[in-house]
Design a protein around this ligand. Structure first.
Ligand SMILES: *[C@@H]1O[C@H](CO)[C@@H](O)[C@H](O)[C@H]1NC(C)=O
Length: 118
């Protein structure tokens, strides 16, 4: 192997190491309400998430940072994500009978911060 080939190979090797490291890194995922879900299904899933599901729904209560926008979809999104972040490493999934969907876009807005657990 010539010296010039080596000079070319080392940067490439280094680059491929960086790229494969990023490719293996997990995407950051949040869990939100799926647009297609009916209000009835969303309400049921929200109630379950904040009840038996064990999501922390304190921030979507009145006078809390995620109360607004006060829509079923936003409140359900917050609750689904809280549940998902808490339990994703423990078998919890972002499903809720099809009412939820994952997103790579952080749904946080203003003082309403959605949880993210690495
Ligand atoms: C729920 O979240 C609130 C606000 O982030 C926090 O103060 C509280 O301790 C949490 N409750 C539980 C049970 O984790």
């Amino acid at each position: 192997m010539t010296t010039s080939m080596l000079k070319l190979m080392f940067p490439l090797l280094f680059l491929s190491m960086i790229l494969s490291k990023n490719a293996n890194a997990e995407f950051e995922l949040w869990c939100v309400a799926d647009e297609q879900t009916t209000d009835t299904e969303l309400q049921a899933a929200l109630d379950w998430a904040c009840g038996k599901g064990g999501a922390n729904c304190s921030k979507i209560q009145q006078n809390q940072p995620c109360y607004f926008p006060n829509t079923l979809k936003d409140h359900a999104s917050y609750a689904f994500n809280s549940y998902f972040q808490k339990l994703k490493h423990d078998g919890g999934s972002c499903f809720f009978r099809g009412a939820a969907i994952t997103t790579e876009v952080d749904p946080s807005h203003g003082s309403c911060q959605y949880d993210f657990i690495p």
